[in-house]
Design a protein around this ligand. Structure first.
Ligand SMILES: Nc1ncnc2c1ncn2[C@@H]1O[C@H](COP(=O)(O)OP(=O)(O)OP(=O)(O)O)[C@@H](O)[C@H]1O
Length: 339
């Protein structure tokens, strides 16, 4: 799946603006952006529900409208409220089976797969949002598609439902399926996605693998020592080259455990005053990247104090932005150890 220069303008609102990205085959790609950033509009263009103003979207190399048997290529969940409220879950699915030309027993199997067998004869109007999400997924799966396009499927799911969805999608991708799943919360997709496409105001902010993102925003250890240059040299001699002296004189070290740093300092006669680990919250990084969707003040989105705006930067920022510095911890008097 891919979109290329995709643009959609509704009267005077540009919902999607010259957006290009690729969803690697066999991946789970998280499609992230704040409310109103253009996710649903993009997914609607991808699945042929909305006509682009410019650009194109491709599934299996062709636009959705040119797919010969679309339901057997792509399953889409764009609206959990698609089923008629007076239909039961079973009649809803069987109607889709008939329309798609697939046998009825597929409906029963999909109800079982999404955990709705016990409520198969209940009216959809009585379903909770989470149950509707499961039914919508069952509908999308009827044609045994290779691609899944899911718009905020976590909406309304309880933690158990979320865990179930995660496991289901991971298995689907492991078996060769490709998933594009939107969310406005990185945490919701972080554990299952192997790629991310991040948008803000309809434009691409970043396209990256999850591994690259984690790597660029790794935790670091801040070390206060008598001689930071000497410690940096000692670390480099041991193969740890990612150490930078901070404006406050501390050494910021990535990829080395505090105990190892303390041992090295001891070996080189460097006095260690204290260490603190600075964990990076990826959700904060994401919020900083997409801040300003509705307001010019990034802080109103809970962004880190030193966060920059990443808008319009398709490439990865060279310098990771760490959240505000944690309080420096002094070791107990006379211990000379690390915290
Ligand atoms: N049919 C439409 N007519 C006019 N404006 C629209 C239409 N559909 C979407 N928009 C506008 O396009 C922008 C993007 O909306 P879209 O629903 O694609 O965002 P989203 O990222 O999916 O948001 P959310 O996370 O809240 O679902 C919004 O400003 C929205 O008001």
């Amino acid at each position: 799946m891919a979109v290329d220069g995709l643009t959609k303008t509704f009267r005077n609102v540009t919902a999607v603006s010259n957006l290009s990205f690729t969803v690697p085959r066999g991946s789970i790609t998280g499609f992230l952006g704040p409310n109103g950033s253009g996710k649903t509009t993009t997914l609607s263009m991808l699945t042929g529900l909305v006509r682009p103003t410019a650009g194109a979207a491709y599934i299996d190399g062709v636009p959705f409208t040119r797919l010969e048997q679309p339901a057997q290529v792509v399953g889409a969940v764009l609206d959990a409220h698609g089923a008629h409220p007076k239909h039961t879950a079973a009649t809803h699915l069987k109607a889709y089976c008939a329309a798609m030309g697939v046998p009825d027993d597929r409906a029963t199997r999909m109800l079982d797969l999404v955990g709705l067998t016990s409520v198969a004869r209940r009216r959809v109007g009585e379903f909770s949002l989470g149950m509707r999400q499961r039914l919508a997924l069952a509908t999308a799966l009827l044609g045994q598609p290779r691609y899944l396009v899911l718009d905020e499927p976590a909406n309304g799911l309880d933690p158990e439902g979320m865990a179930w969805l995660r496991d289901f999608l991971v298995t689907f991708a492991r078996n060769g399926g490709t998933v594009l799943i939107s969310s406005h919360i990185l945490r919701e997709v972080e554990q299952m996605a192997d790629h991310l496409v991040i948008i803000s105001r309809g434009a691409l902010v970043m396209q990256t693998s999850m591994a690259d993102l984690r790597n660029a925003y790794r935790s670091r250890v801040l070390v206060a020592v008598s001689d930071p240059v000497k410690l940096a040299t000692a670390l480099a001699a041991s193969g740890f080259t990612d150490a930078q002296i901070q404006p406050d004189g501390r050494l910021a070290v990535v990829g080395v455990e505090p105990d190892r740093i303390a041992a090295l300092a001891g070996e080189h006669g460097i006095t260690l005053f204290g260490t603190s680990i600075e964990h990076v919250d990826l959700e904060q990084v994401f919020l900083a990247m997409t801040a300003g969707q509705y307001t010019a003040a990034p802080q109103s989105f809970g962004a880190p104090q030193n966060a920059q705006s990443f808008q319009g930067q398709p490439n990865y920022p060279a310098q990771p932005n760490y959240p505000a510095q944690p309080n420096f911890q002094q070791p107990p008097t006379g211990s000379g150890g690390h915290s």
